[in-house]
Ligand binder design. Structure first.
Ligand SMILES: *Cc1c(COP(=O)(O)O)cnc(C)c1O
Length: 377
């Protein structure tokens, strides 16, 4: 019946796993070998592919824990036979608690009420739940405020159906080395931790640092660090690179699928927002906002063709957009780089973020499943 092989569309995300390993190595070297690493792979591993990245991190070693946002992400990793401890960072939804236990996933407990819910289900299940206590030190998102942490920690310590694996908080401003907020959060976190000693309870894994904390605030490293964006080779603040040597691991490439000559004063794409006063050559690239290549790059984004930069002209459509190559040569099938290097030129995720009025995180997590991904060892 199927006589022809099914070939992927000529648009690809390439993920370099050697660079991923390099970045993990850089983080470990910077933090010290006594620190554990929880690799944050929520949101489809920041667009890089949840399962391939989870499996690769487990295989390459150097990572002690995986962190995801939702139960469903943890289930997908377990179904792919990933054995590393997995913490679900998000708040818990009571009807899902039993499933955490079935899939051996660790829960974030962020209030006394949620502790009771987990206990109740773990008791019925007949096996303790592995939990991390979430302290709010300044995000005002989820977690028990540090000043109310005493009774919360005491209740968890005394619970026979919850095993406290960790205690953590999240930094709001760690990408800014001058922010006084991090110092305040650190003080509040230490204050919350002191309850373990006061109760004579063993100290669980303490973890606080995201990429910003890893890079800017060594005092936040504690027992384990939680790198997200830095794993993927991107600095939390694009204007401050270092001291780690991070390598971007993702490239986004496509092909020219159409070439034409456009006469003067012929507008291009939806709403006719752009036209040239002279004759130009225009090529069409088969990727658009329906793939997560943002419409805000209309009339301001750039791509690389033949090692040179060329501007996007007109609106980015759902599945395609147009590029003005003036009077240069390009052919159908030529490679187009949207993120990454070609010749001596490079377009970074930060470039796209800046032009789109957002951050690298949103550009990466927006690249969706419609784009085939290729993993290079
Ligand atoms: C997303 C997340 C991280 C990782 O943050 P990066 O800035 O990408 O390093 C760490 N901890 C928690 C709780 C998170 O939600």
């Amino acid at each position: 019946m199927e006589e022809h092989p099914i070939i992927d569309r000529p648009t690809t995300i390439e993920v370099n796993l050697a660079s991923l390993q390099h970045n993990v190595g850089q983080i470990k070297k910077h933090c010290g070998s006594d620190k554990k690493v929880m690799a944050i792979i929520k949101a489809n591993a920041y667009g890089h592919g949840l399962i391939p990245i989870g499996v690769a991190l487990e295989k390459m070693g150097g990572v002690d824990y995986l962190g995801v946002a939702f139960l469903e992400e943890g289930i997908a990793l377990r179904r792919a036979n990933v054995r590393l401890p997995i913490l679900v960072l998000g708040g818990i939804y009571k009807p899902q608690i039993g499933t955490f236990l079935d899939f051996d996933l660790e829960l974030t407990v962020s209030s006394l009420e949620k502790l009771r819910q987990v206990e109740e289900i773990a008791r019925a299940y007949g096996r303790p739940a592995a939990i991390h206590l979430k302290i709010d030190t300044g995000m005002e998102r989820v977690g028990v405020h540090s000043e109310s942490a005493g009774p919360f920690i005491a209740a968890a310590v005394n619970s026979s159906f919850c095993t406290i694996k960790g205690v953590y908080s999240h930094l709001a401003c760690a990408d800014d080395p001058n922010s006084p907020m991090t110092k305040l959060q650190l003080e509040r976190f230490n204050e919350a931790l002191s309850h373990f000693d006061r109760l004579g309870a063993p100290m669980p894994l303490r973890h606080l640092a995201n990429s910003g904390g890893i890079i800017n605030f060594p005092q936040t490293h504690f027992d384990m660090v939680r790198p997200g964006i830095s794993l993927y080779g991107i600095y939390p603040d694009a204007s401050k690179k270092g001291p780690l040597d991070l390598r971007p691991i993702l490239s986004l490439k496509s092909n020219i699928v159409y070439f034409k000559v456009v006469q003067p004063n012929r507008p291009i794409s939806y709403s006719s927002t752009w036209k040239s006063g002279h004759m130009i050559r225009v090529v069409t690239i088969p990727i658009g906002y329906g793939d997560g290549y943002r419409r805000s790059l209309s009339n301001c984004g750039e791509v690389l063709i033949g090692g040179r930069r060329y501007p996007i002209v007109g609106r980015v459509c759902m599945d395609q957009f147009m590029v003005n190559i003036e009077w240069d040569s390009a052919y159908n099938g030529d490679e187009v780089v949207l993120i990454g290097k070609q010749g001596n030129e490079e377009i970074s995720v930060d470039d796209l973020a800046q032009k789109s009025g957002t951050i690298a995180y949103e550009i990466l997590t927006g690249l969706n499943e419609r784009i085939p991904r290729k993993y290079i060892a």
